[in-house]
Design a protein around this ligand. Structure first.
Ligand code: ADP
Ligand code: ASP
Ligand code: MG
Length: 406
């Protein structure tokens, strides 16, 4: 007997037929004697609608009320899934985040799970009951509902698997695994049978939305056996594993893209000690994260240009903060460009091989795609380009690194 957590994403619970299908899939695991906990997302499209409603009524909304509204999608699917299981003759009940409780910190809209109390759930397992947890939500220290950031039910599932000491956490979605790049953009993308935690973490944090970044962080930390697979087809999925479980390391195992960033350039900033702190300090204070940064050498020894990226959703706020600080920062002009995309090539094999970045630059050069900013880490190279070239760049790089499916 194994204990498993099965998570179903938005398209997997998009209508009643699919929810019935989910119930059948869960029953299969129960029938072979496994203890199963289920985690569900809201029906696809629901959370976007809820977010739009909140923004429609209040642009600078109270994040606590945002959470009350956007958490509601998962309440519906948790209840419906429990009912569908009951219709199959199984014992099941829904659990909202606050009922478990799934305790989080108080950062509304982007809360982190701190603890999941599982005693009650485990007692119900013993009685043969299937808990169906509403993903994406928890309870903050202020005793109010929190949500975990978009895509957060993946994190609910992994955290629950860790807390329950589960043998597996299966993430059922609308693709049959993790691919070398988004299969919806590059038709020749190849399914990876295995990927390391580290690579998956980079892929997710550089934009591959198949798993929420925090879910991978948690899986890595607690060594949760994580699998991504299709909820529509019975196919082997992708297993996220330790590095030593992969025999032959590819140089590049995946390419991610993100259209969620925006570029800001400050022209002719006074080139003196403390200027970077002067720019990035106020942004950090306002919880605006800065990702890529380039600072030019000043031609005249007096001023320099500073270019960096922030989340596109933070752009307006970042510009406002920098405009307010203009007199102290002493720059001549500020330009903001939301039409950029970040492309990242990722692979643990890069650690021991040179030339990955050079190839990336050559391929983009041949396609006449201008690189605006570059950043690297041990297992990744990222470039910022104009958004309109995203697909062209992805396809060209995918071929150049030999990733195309034959
Ligand atoms: P769910 O609603 O099940 O959580 P998501 O839409 O959040 O599903 O994530 C699945 C989507 O992730 C896929 O439909 C696919 O377009 C996208 N995706 C991006 N990069 C990848 C990748 N490297 N491999 C697989 N899917 C990817
Ligand atoms: N329903 C939430 C969202 O759309 C959480 C999730 O799907 O994982 O972001
Ligand atoms: Mg998702």
């Amino acid at each position: 007997m194994a204990r498993i957590v099965m998570k179903f994403g938005g398209t997997s619970v998009a209508n009643l037929d699919r929810i019935r299908h989910v119930a059948q899939r869960v029953k299969r695991e129960v029938d072979i004697g496994n203890e199963v906990a289920v985690v569900v997302s809201a029906m696809s499209g629901t959370t976007n609608q809820l977010v739009d409603w909140v923004r429609g009524i209040s642009v600078l909304h109270d994040a606590r009320e945002y959470d009350v509204v956007v958490a509601s999608g998962e309440q519906v699917t948790a209840g419906l899934t429990a009912l569908a299981l009951q219709e199959l003759g199984l014992s099941a009940r829904s659990w909202l985040g606050w009922q478990v409780p799934v305790m989080t910190d108080g950062v509304h809209g982007k809360a982190r799970i701190e603890e999941i109390q599982t005693a009650d759930l485990i007692a119900r397992f013993a009685q043969g009951q299937i808990p169906v947890l509403a993903g994406f939500q928890g309870l903050g220290p202020d005793n109010r509902i929190t949500t975990l950031g978009r895509g957060g039910s993946d994190t609910s599932a992994v955290a629950l698997a860790a807390a329950l000491n589960a043998d597996r956490c299966d993430i059922f979605t609308d693709v049959d695994g993790v691919y070398t790049t988004d299969p919806r953009i590059v038709a020749k993308a190849r399914k990876l049978h295995r990927i390391t935690y580290e690579e998956m973490l980079e892929m997710a944090s550089q934009g591959a939305k198949v798993l929420q970044t925090r879910s991978v962080e948690l899986a890595m930390k607690h060594r949760v056996r994580l699998q991504v697979l299709s909820s529509f087809e019975d196919l082997p999925g992708t297993l996220v594993v330790d590095e030593d479980e992969i025999m032959e390391q590819e140089l590049v195992s995946g390419i991610a893209y993100s259209r969620d960033e925006a570029k800001i350039t400050l022209r002719q900033v006074a080139d003196r000690p403390g200027v970077a702190a002067g720019i990035f300090g106020p942004l950090a204070e306002a919880s605006v994260n800065v990702d890529m940064i380039v600072q030019n050498i000043s031609a005249d020894g007096k001023t320099t240009d500073m270019t960096f990226t922030v989340a596109r959703t933070d752009l307006d706020r970042a510009v406002k903060i920098l405009e307010e600080a203009r007199s102290t920062l002493d720059y001549v002009a500020l330009t903001a460009d939301p039409t950029v995309a970040k492309i990242s090539v990722i692979g643990v094999g890069m650690r021991s091989h040179a030339g990955v970045a050079r190839k990336m630059f050559e391929v983009l050069g041949q396609k006449r795609i201008n690189i605006q900013v570059i950043s690297t880490s041990e297992i990744k190279v990222s470039v910022l380009i104009a958004e309109e070239y995203t697909e062209l760049a992805l396809r060209a790089l995918h071929s150049a690194y030999g990733l195309d499916a034959s």
